[in-house]
Write a protein of this length. Structure first.
Length: 95
């Protein structure tokens, strides 16, 4: 149900939502990002790293790739929006 609310939120903002799986391979991720004008990190309830091993969750790893991609694009003067809500904002703060 939460996914539906996130899709509605994006549509009400005048955009077409597209789900980016957090385990997407780089060969698929970067061509997809080339076609987008923004990324919205939603809320959730995952741990970004395991408590004992400190191994990073694949969500965080992919979020970092997206963050660095967006940062580089904006440094080149090509505007791309990045928005995080709840856990999505937390991951942005971590990055």
């Amino acid at each position: 149900m939460v996914r539906k609310y996130n899709e509605i939120f994006v549509k009400l903002a005048g955009n077409e939502p597209l789900i980016i799986p957090y385990n997407m391979k780089d060969r698929d991720l970067y061509p997809l990002l080339d076609k987008l004008d923004g990324v919205y990190f939603t809320g959730g309830g995952i741990e970004m790293a395991t408590e004992y091993t400190k191994q990073l969750h694949p969500y965080y790893v992919t979020a970092r790739k997206i963050f660095l991609y967006v940062k580089e694009k904006n440094l080149k003067g090509e505007h791309m929006t990045l928005l995080g809500i709840c856990q999505g904002f937390q991951v942005l703060l971590m990055l």
